[in-house]
Write a protein that binds this ligand. Structure first.
Ligand code: UD1
Length: 417
């Protein structure tokens, strides 16, 4: 089992290219199911989550080639409409393929997505939306069976602006005749990216990024070339790393508009942030001020995917902070591990009360989920002495060789297999 060994205390200086967004890629790969042409994705990084999604596409009959940073997907000969348990349990976003499979085949058999480390993550909003599109759904023996032969356009109001449900319902509607309108949509940049990608292939979608999305069904989708947006969570993680360790880093390709809530918070910790349209520069003396209160919410609020990293930042601030996790119920598994490093944190349900300490100390800790593991790496980077962060596999789900990128900024971090 691979782990990271970190000798903390180095400032971070230099520049890195931010890779494409994992969450965009996952939904874009699902979108490839709808196409009958060849799709070329540029700047394609190596995340294990996207590899799992590629394996699902291959199981459905897609031909996939990867050459360097280019991924070519040919879905013209898809011949299967099921996702078996062994594939679905590897990546929760397998459920994102459901809408596309029904859209394409008008039927689907998909195993329930695997258990998730950050909470129950129900899919009732996805299924309710599909039912409103005329899909008949039965659930038995761990599988969701969908019959879409009577599918039709609809007006759908989501109970909550779920990212996955918004994306799934867009994909289910793209090849469904008529005009489908979805209200109370999630507004995340990855949804705008999905719209741009599908429209490039010939879809007629408008409104992504707002609470109302309109999809006019088309007969088929072709191919095309696309470069997904950069990963705002990866960029945010490195910004917070710099705020904790001190230094001066530039993140090329990062879109500051996607990180406005985080930039506002980091400015309050006394970081200096310069932003242009595709670059963010962070300068910090490594002595962050306390933020008093951080509350996760849907976009454009503070992303839940940066809660763990912001919590680590507050562990070394000059005061107290209350961190409220509003999206997922079990997203504080990093807390006991940070306490092993000397952090002062008290948990009550979905609220963490953090009191900053002058220094964290190196310790052996265990990553429990993707973003929690990132927070432990950040803590290790600014702690005194050596830390061992076990379960490196969690990080590989959504960071492209994090140790290589952090080393290039001057961090002392090695992966040990
Ligand atoms: C996506 C992101 C994930 C991010 C999350 C919130 C991907 C691949 N993943 O996950 O990184 O943390 O958005 O920004 O893009 N919910 C229901 N019923 C449903 C669907 C969701 O109750 O049918 C609840 C969830 O349990 C959660 C909240 O809605 O409490 C938000 O979930 P959602 O926006 O759907 O997140 P995901 O799409 O799973």
């Amino acid at each position: 089992m691979s782990k990271f060994v970190i000798n903390g205390g180095n400032k971070l200086v230099g520049e890195i290219d931010i890779s494409c967004a994992k969450n965009s890629l996952l939904t874009i790969l699902a979108g490839c199911i709808l196409s009958e042409g060849e799709i070329v994705l540029h700047k394609y990084p190596s995340y294990t989550d996207t590899e799992c999604m590629c394996n699902i596409l291959k199981h459905l009959g897609a031909k996939i080639k990867k050459e360097g940073e280019v991924l070519v997907v040919d879905s013209s000969s898809l011949n299967s409409f099921d996702i078996p348990t062994e594939l679905a349990c590897l990546v929760r976003s397998s459920i994102f393929a459901l809408g596309a499979i029904i859209g394409k085949f008008k039927k689907a058999k998909v195993a329930y997505p695997g258990g998730c480390e950050i909470g129950a993550r129900p899919i009732d909003i996805h299924l309710s939306g599909l039912r409103q599109l005329g899909v008949k759904i039965t659930e038995r023996h761990g599988y969701i069976y969908c019959d879409g032969k009577d599918m039709h356009s609809a007006t759908i109001m989501l109970d909550f602006p779920s990212v996955g449900a918004t994306e799934n319902l867009i994909m289910a509607s793209v090849l469904t005749k008529g005009e489908t309108v979805i209200y109370n949509c999630a507004k995340e940049p990855e949804i705008v990216d999905l719209q741009e990608f599908l429209n490039l292939l010939g879809a007629k979608i408008s409104g992504a990024g707002t609470e109302k999305i309109v999809i006019n069904g088309v007969a088929k989708l072709g191919g095309g070339e696309f470069t997904p947006i950069r990963d705002r969570i990866v960029a945010g993680t490195y910004m917070i790393a710099c705020a904790m360790c001190g230094g001066d880093i530039s993140l090329n390709g990062a879109n500051p508009e996607h990180l406005q809530s985080v930039i506002t918070k980091l400015n309050k910790t006394a970081c200096q942030i310069e932003a242009s349209c595709d670059k963010i520069r962070v300068k910090s003396d490594g002595k962050p001020l306390s933020l008093k209160k951080i509350e996760t919410s849907v976009y454009p609020g503070i992303p839940t995917d940066l809660q763990a990293q912001l919590l680590a930042l507050q562990c070394v601030s000059n005061g107290s902070c209350m961190i409220i996790e509003n999206l997922f119920e079990s997203r504080f598994k990093h807390v006991p591990e940070l306490i092993k490093m000397g952090a002062d944190i008290h948990l009550r349900d979905r609220v963490a009360f953090v009191r900053g300490v002058p220094k964290l100390f190196g310790a052996e800790v265990f990553g429990m989920d993707l973003r929690g593991t990132a927070s432990l790496i950040l803590a290790g980077l600014c702690a005194e002495g050596y830390s061992v962060v076990n379960n490196a596999r969690h990080i590989d789900r959504g960071y492209n060789r994090i140790e290589r990128e952090l080393s290039s900024l001057g961090a002392d971090i090695k992966r040990v297999d």
